[in-house]
Ligand binder design. Structure first.
Ligand SMILES: [Fe+2]
Length: 225
């Protein structure tokens, strides 16, 4: 439910052949369906339905050519920026994962100053916010009261599989493990952009037992098929 597999529209797969290669690589790891999430990050990736849907169709055509029946859907990963605030203000329909779940990310530099208002506005419009990779924001390291506040506000948290493999480094790995231990994680996603991410997942021997452990966790709130 978090990846950058659509060809040529963000910093993920640059073309359809690479998209197919990455997607089938994830399939080999046992992932049976994809809700891929191209960036909507207005300074860099001005994605809308007009860019996302043709890219999805292009990848779907590749899948059809190879008779690959895998589920492919396309939502988005919204950076909370001025553009996103404008979308909320205009009550523009947002791209959802499922069940009105909207995947959002913060800047890696600092929390958006108006984060409370943004989450509140999302919820008031009937959306369920899902915060992408909280373990990767250094300003949230060990900020348990704040992370607890997210939970109390009903914001769901999504951890990256590659945080658990140690790909981003030890501090992110420890933060991801802590979040899971505290039963604060509702989703795991690959956040896959390129081959190096796939290789890191493939090479991890501890990943799949950990995923299974998470799935058995009673606090698991994510949605299935
Ligand atoms: Fe992402």
């Amino acid at each position: 439910m978090h990846s950058h597999l659509l060809p040529g529209i963000d910093d993920g797969a640059p073309d359809a052949a690479t998209s197919l290669q990455l997607l089938t690589g994830l399939q080999d790891l046992g992932i049976q369906g994809f809700i891929t999430t191209p960036h909507i990050l207005w300074d860099l990736y001005k994605n809308t339905a007009a860019t996302i849907e043709p890219a999805q169709q292009l990848l779907q055509a590749e899948l059809d050519l190879t008779n690959n029946p895998v589920l492919l859907e396309a939502a988005a990963e919204y950076l909370i920026d001025d553009y996103f605030s404008r979308l909320l203000q205009e009550k523009a329909p947002l791209r959802v994962l499922r069940n009105n779940h909207v995947l959002v990310e913060f800047s890696f530099v600092s929390m958006p100053y108006d984060w409370k208002k943004v989450f509140f506005d999302l919820q008031i419009q009937g959306y369920q916010p899902v915060l992408a990779h909280p373990e990767r924001y250094t300003y949230l390291f060990n900020k348990w009261p704040l992370l607890e506040e997210f939970r109390e506000m009903g914001i769901l948290l999504q951890v990256n599989l590659n945080s658990l493999t140690g790909y981003y480094g030890k501090p992110m790995q420890q933060q991801a493990q802590q979040l899971i231990k505290r039963q604060m994680v509702s989703f795991l996603g690959s956040d896959l952009h390129h081959q190096r991410h796939l290789d890191a997942l493939r090479q991890s021997s501890t990943l799949m037992p950990l995923v299974k452990d998470c799935l058995n966790n009673t606090a698991w709130k994510g949605f299935g098929k």
